[in-house]
Design a protein around this ligand. Structure first.
Ligand code: NAP
Length: 458
């Protein structure tokens, strides 16, 4: 009898999850990245729903996959030749159950509604996992800042903000940076917001410059946090980063500071990349050169070999995963590690993979890592350091007070350790010991779901 009841409950859970997945696909046609993010999440929900049917009763899954609001708008601007250009802007306000919407803005030609929704969905659980009182949001545009003049970037950003300002605020929605949006773009956004709204509402953006309300360690936070997460995973197995060979994809904000922290902890980083190709430097990547090329001069990573002729440059991105390494840190973009790349990493003896980027591993790649007992830190957990320090920036703005670098760094390290521990504990409690994908999804979900139930059908 007990067995029969249990089987019936399992069937109900599976049927419910499948129905929600079908609805997501039918309501959001062609949005493959969003479908992928929801699928990865849903498969972790089975043990939660089996244990507590209230989440089915309150239809939480169907509510949680539907953004509270999705804003799409025209962004017209004038280029240096006097031609009128038109881009599309987005902001998804995904879930505000535990706090104001919070999440970055991405400027990249690949940006579309599906990518913004996948990022906003992931952000909701990441923010919950961070332990900070922030909801999930994300935004962006298909504008490509690469190759544009300062004046073009500024005019575009001012036009983007002339629409977006209506929907954001320190207690409503607090954007930050992401791909293609760094301190320069955040500065222009803040300037335009201030001009329209008046006052000096510092808490409406994070990732601001240090001279006007930014937080120390925000620039470094996602990369450093990702490496602190790796440190936790290794510590559990009695290992450390000392002497390890590390491969990092990307050479943007997350990648640069992941490399810096890995080096500080004694690892040797031998490769990094951009969207054209990758450099392999068997003597160890020279980070000062990468910073100069990417942060200061906005040049391509292939120019690295001009300064370091013993290093190799290879066209194309996926080849970076064929370089033997102990630790792989994908820090560029979504779906950059395929099943094939994951298999090569495993064959070459990778010990740990931590996702600095959002959803850089395909579902098949994640399966390969888990089946082969690779220590795997999923994005929601491993790259939550950025948004965590953003929340610390919001706190400092409210207090009108700044913490020192050491204070913020210590808080970041503690937050990453808590995220690791909470994800491990949730995995163990629900019968998936050591599986941080399931653990992070469950730990992130419970707080959001319980808050939604407490707030009624809204
Ligand atoms: P970024 O500074 O703009 O750097 C992005 C890097 O990835 C660049 O090296 C870029 O190369 C490369 N890249 C971008 N699109 C690519 C593509 N389609 N194929 C291959 N390479 C590509 O951005 P970021 O802030 O470091 O963000 C990197 C990742 O981390 C993203 O997934 C983002 O969502 C995630 N993330 C960022 C933060 C944060 O605090 N910034 C926090 C959490 C997660 P090019 O220079 O050639 O474009």
């Amino acid at each position: 009898m007990v067995l029969q009841t249990r089987t019936a409950a399992k069937a109900e859970v599976n049927e419910y999850i499948q129905r929600v997945l079908d609805t997501v696909i039918q309501r959001n046609p062609g949005e493959s990245e969003f479908h992928q993010a929801v699928k990865e999440f849903m498969y972790s929900m089975t043990p939660v729903l089996e244990r507590d049917p209230k989440y089915i009763q309150y239809n939480i899954l169907e509510r949680i996959v539907e953004p509270e609001r999705m804003i799409t708008f025209r962004v017209p601007w004038v280029d240096d030749q006097g031609r009128i250009q038109v881009n599309r802007g987005y902001r998804v306000q995904f879930n505000s159950a535990i706090g104001p919407y919070k999440g970055g803005i991405r400027f990249h030609p690949s940006v579309n509604a599906g990518i913004i929704k996948f990022l906003g969905f992931e952000q909701t659980f990441k923010n919950s996992l961070s332990g900070m009182p922030i909801g999930g949001g994300k935004g962006g545009s298909d504008f490509d800042p690469k190759g544009k003049s300062e004046g073009e970037v500024m005019r575009f950003v001012q036009s983007f903000m002339t629409e977006l300002y209506k929907y954001i605020g320190p207690d409503e929605d607090v954007p930050a940076g992401d791909i293609g949006v760094g301190p320069r773009e955040i500065g222009y956004m803040f300037g335009q917001y201030k001009r329209i709204c008046g006052g000096h509402e510092a808490g409406v953006f994070t990732g601001k410059g240090l001279t006007y309300g930014g937080s120390l360690v925000r620039k470094e936070a996602t990369g450093y946090g990702c490496v602190y997460f790796v440190e936790e995973m290794l510590k559990e197995k009695g290992m450390s980063l000392e002497g390890r060979t590390v491969v990092v994809s990307g050479s943007g904000n997350v990648a640069i500071y992941a490399m810096e922290k890995a080096m500080q902890l004694g690892a040797k980083v031998v490769a990094c990349s951009d969207s054209n190709g990758y450099v392999y430097d068997p003597q160890g990547i020279n980070l000062e050169t990468v910073k100069q090329l990417k942060e200061v001069e906005r040049r391509r990573i292939k120019d690295y070999v001009q300064e370091h002729p013993h290093a190799e440059y290879h066209e194309g991105c996926s080849g970076i995963w064929t370089i033997p390494c102990d630790i792989a840190l994908p820090c560029a973009t979504q779906n950059e590690i395929s099943e094939e790349s994951a298999s090569i990493l495993v064959k070459n003896g990778v010990i740990a993979v931590a996702e600095g980027a959002n959803m850089p591993s395909t579902l098949e790649a994640i399966d390969i890592f888990l089946q082969n007992d690779v220590l795997f830190g999923p994005a929601k957990a491993a790259n939550a350091g950025g948004v965590s320090v953003s929340a610390l920036e919001m706190s400092q703005n409210s207090m009108r007070f700044n913490w020192t670098f050491e204070e913020v760094d210590a808080k970041l390290r503690q937050i990453m350790s808590n995220i690791y521990r909470n994800s491990m504990a949730a995995a163990e409690e629900y019968g998936y010991t050591g599986n941080l994908v399931v653990g992070a999804n469950i730990a992130g979900f419970l707080k959001v779901a319980d808050s939604m139930i407490a707030q009624g059908v809204v």
